[in-house]
Every structure is written in structure tokens, then in C-alpha cells.
Design a protein around this ligand. Structure first.
Ligand code: SF4
Length: 256
């Protein structure tokens, strides 16, 4: 079941804060601070975001990338987040490329983001990872975001239907900054879905990077054949200039 986000006060419900290497999309390979917000407005079939999480607590890494977590009660005050980031900035200057806001769906917390982002952005550039649906929320904070990585949810892989127009409006809003689009595909993905996603992207700008991400099984095998991936890339490339196939690399190198 989707979890509702806390929308008042200067403390937000978070899952965790940690340092790792970005394993998806156009910023792949960059070291980032990940702030994972609690709750989502969708229920994708492949989602494992809330498995094993205690919603009453947030875990916070003390040393960047070393998995030495301490737990804080939710909601986590803004001051605790900023104290951590400033301490990391003093102790480990220059290791991080940017802050990744992820989830769940971070835009459910738009009231918090609206207050926090100007100061967060003074620490590091802001990278938003989003399911690409909440376009009204995005319009409130887009001026303080450096890069948006948005999903287009395909009915075949996510189980979510009827989101095409929301995705279109979201991408039109996100195009005010640097934006890329990601879709998760598997052996059930149908060609018309890739065609429709590519049409939405090309309708905004054919320069927008389009990332095709194969779904990865527990044993790290991909849930789609290599020929299947080639076919999907060929379909998308007829409409979009920059189409890349990128698996989730952080899982292959054993990172969060
Ligand atoms: S959008 Fe992301 S967090 Fe939300 S249900 Fe889908 S996979 Fe999970």
C-alpha cells in the first residue's frame, strides 16, 4: 500500500541517508549523497523500496560509504540532515558530486523540499530521482534542481496504467532544467510502449537522454534478452537522438 508522507513541520519522514555511487542513468558512476524519502504515490510490481523498512525510523550513515548506520526517529528534523551534510563536507571535502533526492517519491514531500532546497543546493548540486507523475509539485521546486531523472512507467513492467499524460506534463515541466528519462523494461515489455514513451520525449525535445534499464533479478541476471534490448533501443532511436541501455550497476559492485 502507498504510504502517505508527512507534510507539515520542518521534519520529514525519511528512509535513510547514505553515500554511494550512482548506479543508474546519465550520472552513473558519480559519488552522491542519497537522501531517501518515505512514501510513494504508486505501487509498481517490481518495487522493493519498503521491504524490511521500519517506517518509524530513519537510518543515517555516520561515515560516507562505510555502512556504519545510526537510527533516528521519524520525522527527521532538517537540522539533523544539514548537520550531517556539513560534517561530511568538512571531513570528506570533494568526494561527492551531488545530492540525490530519491525514495519512495521525494516530491510527496514538496513542502519540505521547498524550504530545504535553497540551502541544500549551497552544499552540493541537486539531483532529483522521481517517478515522473507529480508535475504540480515539481513546478514548485524546479528552480532549485540541477538535474531531474524521471521515470516513465510502462504498464507491462510496473503494473501502473494510465500515467502517459501525467508523464508528458511532468517532462514538459522538467525540461526547464537538465532532464533525462528512464524506463524499466523486461521480457513483457511491448514495442508500442517504447514507441509511445519515445513519442512523449520527442514531443518535448529529441535531445533528452532516454535510458532503457533492464529489470534485474535477485541473482543479478537480467529479465530480458540482449536481443530484446537491441530491438527496444532501435525503436526508440527512430525518434530520440540519445538512447542508452544501462543496467543497475551499483548492484553488480555490491553497493547500496
Ligand atoms: S515509483 Fe519507485 S518507489 Fe514508488 S512504487 Fe514504483 S518503484 Fe516503488
Amino acid at each position: 500500500m502507498p504510504v502517505q508522507a508527512t507534510m507539515s513541520s520542518d521534519a520529514a519522514d525519511l528512509i535513510e541517508i547514505f553515500s554511494s555511487i550512482q548506479g543508474e542513468g546519465v550520472l552513473i558512476g558519480h559519488r552522491q549523497v542519497f537522501i531517501r524519502f518515505m512514501g510513494c504515490n504508486l505501487s509498481c510490481d517490481y518495487c522493493d523500496t519498503n521491504s524490511g523498512n521500519d517506517a518509524s525510523k530513519c537510518r543515517i550513515e555516520l561515515t560516507p560509504g562505510r555502512l556504519d548506520f545510526e537510527e533516528l526517529a521519524n520525522p527527521v528534523p532538517m537540522t539533523a540532515v544539514f548537520n550531517l551534510l556539513h560534517r561530511w563536507g568538512r571531513g570528506w571535502p570533494s568526494i561527492h558530486h551531488s545530492i540525490s533526492l530519491t525514495g519512495g517519491e521525494p516530491l510527496l514531500h514538496v513542502d519540505h523540499l521547498h524550504r530545504w532546497l535553497p540551502e541544500l543546493r549551497e552544499i552540493l548540486p541537486i539531483h532529483l530521482e522521481t517517478n515522473g507523475v507529480l508535475h504540480f509539485a515539481l513546478s514548485r521546486v524546479i528552480k532549485d534542481i540541477d538535474h531531474v531523472s524521471m521515470d516513465i512507467k510502462l504498464p507491462s513492467s510496473s503494473g501502473e496504467t494510465g500515467l502517459w499524460e501525467d508523464h508528458r506534463e511532468f517532462l514538459e515541466t522538467a525540461a526547464a532544467t537538465d532532464v533525462s528519462v528512464k524506463i524499466v523494461v523486461n521480457s513483457s515489455t511491448e514495442h508500442w510502449e517504447i514507441q509511445r514513451a519515445a513519442e512523449i520525449i520527442a514531443g518535448v525535445s529529441s535531445d533528452i537522454p532516454f535510458i532503457i534499464q533492464p529489470e534485474t533479478a535477485e541473482n543479478l541476471s537480467l529479465n530480458i534478452s540482449s536481443f530484446g534490448l537491441l530491438e527496444l533501443q532501435e525503436i526508440a532511436s527512430a525518434l530520440v537522438d540519445d538512447v542508452r541501455v544501462i543496467p543497475q550497476t551499483h548492484r553488480f559492485i555490491g553497493l547500496l
